[in-house]
Write a protein of this length. Structure first.
Length: 230
């Protein structure tokens, strides 16, 4: 099952495989059960790239066209979907809006656990009265930075949040733009670091950030548990 752009949780992804257990006599109704969840899922971009390479059949070109209409595929396509998924970087199972992820990070701020001991003194930027101003920091010029942070030595860290891999090339350029503005407007002779926190990443993002000095990729994972205490 390919989830179209209007889907809330898994938009533009081939994520679920269902098994047909019953077909009506007129071929108009199907009963299905979940067979497998594809993790990592295949994005629309990955699907189209592999159709061009003739790794996936042309039937997958229907992905993205008002959803993925019911199509018959050969078993080799099914195997290729699993093979392609196995080669992708891991992605988080968390779904939802980026502002929820942002609030979680801010409310549970622990830079050592997030990024390692080198970031022990990193704090979300505050004004002279101690008010947090680094969340959704409006540069007035190049856009709004998700999280702008500063350490005790006066070095800045720009954090950009993405819950999926839909705009990998775009987010690298976005990060570079924010870092450039911070360097020119705030940091002066201090260091500026950029971090993209994402639910998963592809090779394009890795290559793009490899030529941006002091830029890094971090993948978030969330272990959600409920415990009855009384």
């Amino acid at each position: 099952m390919y989830f179209a752009s209007g889907a809330i949780d898994y938009k533009k992804q081939l994520r679920m495989i269902y098994q047909v257990t019953r077909v009506s006599s007129g071929n108009t109704e199907f009963t299905m059960k979940l067979h497998k969840e594809i993790t990592p899922p295949l994005s629309l971009e990955v699907i189209r790239e592999n159709v061009k390479k003739a790794i996936l059949g042309d039937v997958f070109l229907n992905c993205g066209r008002q959803g993925f209409n019911i199509q018959q595929i050969v078993y080799s396509d099914y195997e290729q979907v699993l093979n392609l998924s196995a080669k992708l970087p891991p992605v988080s199972t968390v779904v939802g809006a980026e502002d929820l992820l942002e609030d979680f990070i801010v409310n549970n701020w622990n830079p050592v656990d997030f990024f390692g001991k080198d970031y022990a003194g990193l704090q979300i930027l505050k004004d002279s009265k101690g008010n947090v101003i680094g969340q959704q920091y409006d540069t007035k010029v190049v856009g709004i930075i998700d999280l702008l942070c500063k350490d005790k030595s006066g070095n800045y860290t720009v954090i950009e949040l993405k819950k999926d891999t839909e705009t990998s090339d775009e987010v690298a350029g976005q990060l570079a733009r924010y870092m450039g503005w911070v360097k020119a407007s705030l940091a002066k002779n201090k260091e500026v670091v950029g971090i993209i926190i994402t639910g998963g990443y592809d090779e394009k993002l890795r290559y793009a950030t490899s030529v941006i000095p002091n830029s890094h990729i971090a993948v978030f994972e969330l272990n959600f548990q409920i415990k009855l205490m009384s």
